[in-house]
Design a protein around this ligand. Structure first.
Ligand code: MEV
Length: 311
């Protein structure tokens, strides 16, 4: 059995969301896959992209300390918590093969994608179907256990898919015209550069800015407008406007700004997505000018992924 799981971008409201304002997140079709198959008496995990393998005895999994297992930690914690939640004592073993197209540590939720994929794969392997609410909750506990601290943004958006509003660490699905509008949008997610600072560091730096609240209020007004627009041109302009405000929070970089400029000039609009300090830019594509956009982007040393919303 193979489970394919999306990643996510923040369309509006990163950093503001830390202070009780809204953020709008979208699940995208840049995916990870978790394959699970039966194996007698063992649990084997293969991280295909990293060429790493781990073998465990069946009786080891439920008492394991995932944090001691490096790159395997999210997957192991997801297996352990799912088995505990479903009250399963594993009698049959399994092999899990994980592959991912999602760039890591750049705000796209690569670890949440693997976590949610593993929870689904393990529960389905034991023929115990979980509801989305249960999967999202389990995913959140895994991220919290592994990272010490977590936001529901990644695990919820990746579980429920489509578009979510996140406020005070609570997710709310947005359906209707706004979801339909975004279904017809084409995006490029551009991995621009490795992030130079961790999320916590950037959040702490933003916390020191006296004028931050004025910026968050402006971002909230952008979200009000974005939820009502029906033109890609307008939507793109709002993305670029959100980026201008993020720049004033000092979380952008010269290379991110260059890519955003290209995205705004040759697409409908662009902004950094996530905590900043490097990482990714999201561009709303103008289908009539996509060739020019790609030509300009290809002059930069970056990785480009064509994406759309998944629901
Ligand atoms: C990080 O992807 C987004 C931030 O708003 C932090 C958070 O929401 O936890 C910067």
């Amino acid at each position: 059995m193979i489970v394919e799981t999306p990643s996510k971008v923040i369309l509006f409201g990163e950093h503001a969301v830390v202070y009780g304002y809204r953020a709008i997140a979208m699940a995208i079709d840049l995916t990870s896959t978790v394959e699970i198959k039966r194996l007698d008496n063992k649990i084997v995990l293969n991280l295909n992209d990293l060429n790493k393998s781990l073998r465990l005895n069946l009786d080891e999994i439920k008492d394991i300390e995932p944090k001691n297992f490096g790159d395997f930690k999210y997957c192991l914690c997801a297996i352990k918590n799912t088995l505990n939640y479903l009250d399963i004592e594993p009698k049959i073993g399994f092999e899990i093969n994980i592959s991912s197209k999602i760039p890591v540590s750049c705000g796209l939720g690569s670890s949440a994608s693997i976590t949610i994929g593993t929870i689904k794969a393990v529960s389905e392997f034991y023929s115990r179907e979980l509801k989305d609410d249960e999967i999202a909750k389990l995913g959140y506990t895994v991220e919290k256990e592994v990272q010490g601290k977590a936001s529901v943004t990644d695990t919820s958006t990746i579980t429920y898919r489509g578009i979510l509003e996140i406020k005070n660490n609570k997710p709310k699905k947005i359906r209707g015209d706004f979801e339909e509008f975004l279904r017809n949008c084409r995006f490029l997610v551009v991995y621009v550069e490795e992030r130079k600072k961790k999320t916590a560091e950037l959040v702490n730096e933003v916390a020191k800015l006296e004028y931050k609240d004025d910026i968050f209020k402006e971002i909230d007004k952008i979200i009000d407008k974005a939820l009502k627009v029906d033109s890609k041109e307008e939507f793109g302009k709002l993305m670029t406007k959100n980026h201008e405000l993020l720049k004033r929070l000092n979380i952008s970089t010269p290379k991110i700004d260059r890519v955003v400029d290209i995205g705004s000039k040759f697409g409908f609009g662009a902004k950094l997505t996530g905590a900043g300090g490097g990482g990714c830019v999201i561009i709303l594509v103008d289908e009539n000018r996509e060739k020019e956009l790609l030509k300009e982007l290809n002059k930069e040393n970056i990785k480009i992924f064509r994406c759309k919303m998944v629901s």
